[in-house]
Design a protein around this ligand. Structure first.
Ligand code: FES
Ligand code: FES
Length: 154
């Protein structure tokens, strides 16, 4: 076992893990942050997307040991005092999901995208979200959410 220090959604967390434990397992099973989803488990779908030191990363591909002393942001960190952030609100208002399984990954990827490109073009949006697959095919509504967020026609 090894001891790690992670800052998760702004809170320092000390955890003990086996060397083979993934960051996704730490989040879901260790810290009970089950908003981050597991689907493919091999880095192809983006359901497990989190921000690792601010950059979108599939957490199923990250060994927890490699995240030691890193800053981790999950979907649970978006809302504040029970109030949805503007990205969550735009997704709700435009119905940008069906089953919602991809949505946590979409939201954190969107957070990084809009931080870097507040008025993202349709091409930048598609590029920024390309690591997260929506099995329900809700992409048209997701782009509508970005129309709200960027004020730009997609
Ligand atoms: S569960 Fe991690 S990329 Fe699919
Ligand atoms: S809303 Fe079902 S996977 Fe995207």
């Amino acid at each position: 076992m090894i001891e790690l220090l992670l800052t998760v959604n702004g809170t320092p967390r000390t955890i003990e893990v086996e060397v083979r434990t993934t960051l996704l397992e730490v989040l879901r099973e260790g810290l009970l942050l089950t908003g981050t989803k597991e689907a493919c488990g091999v880095g192809e779908c983006g359901s497990c997307m989190i921000l690792l030191d601010g950059e979108p990363m599939p957490s199923c591909l990250v060994l927890a040991a490699d995240a030691d002393r890193c800053n981790v942001e999950t979907v649970e960190g978006l809302a504040s005092d029970g109030v949805l952030d503007e990205i969550q609100r735009a997704f709700v208002d435009t119905g940008a999901f069906q089953c919602g399984f991809c949505t946590p990954g979409m939201l954190v990827a969107a957070k990084a995208l809009l931080r870097d490109h507040p008025d993202a073009t349709p091409g930048e949006i598609k590029q920024g979200l390309s690591g997260v697959l929506c099995r329900c095919g809700s992409y048209t509504k997701i782009m509508k959410a970005f129309e709200v967020l960027t004020g730009r026609k997609t």
